[in-house]
Ligand binder design. Sequence first.
Ligand code: ZN
Length: 139
Amino acid sequence: MTIDSIKNGIVIDHIAAGKAMELYAILGLGELDCSVAILKNVSSGKLGKKDIIKIDTILDLDWDIIGYVDPNITVNIIKDGQRLEKRQLKLPERITGVLRCKNPRCITSVEQELPQEFKLTDRERRIYRCLYCETQAGK
Ligand code: ZN
């Protein structure tokens, strides 16, 4: 695949510079069979520098997680060389299975099979708290 154009796939754009690898890891992109390109520190008028991830196939991504990593990210779905859809992301109200509670006495630390669930408690400051013990999630 070429870096500049993509025929069918997903372009995750406006990622804050330096966050592409975090997103890559969280989304599990390393497990995909298709090509994935990561562009780092691309010049951007809006942000100064940004990262971009290009995935050479259309797949269903976990939009909530992308919004959690950085709600300013835009996702472009490309089909037959045309932009099919541009998705603006937002901070999800709840996150399941990504963050881990740091409180060793939390029920989710004791009972490992419980899902790790966090809820958004402060949209302005992007603070998430454990659903069970209210411990703040650390980034
Ligand atoms: Zn907890």
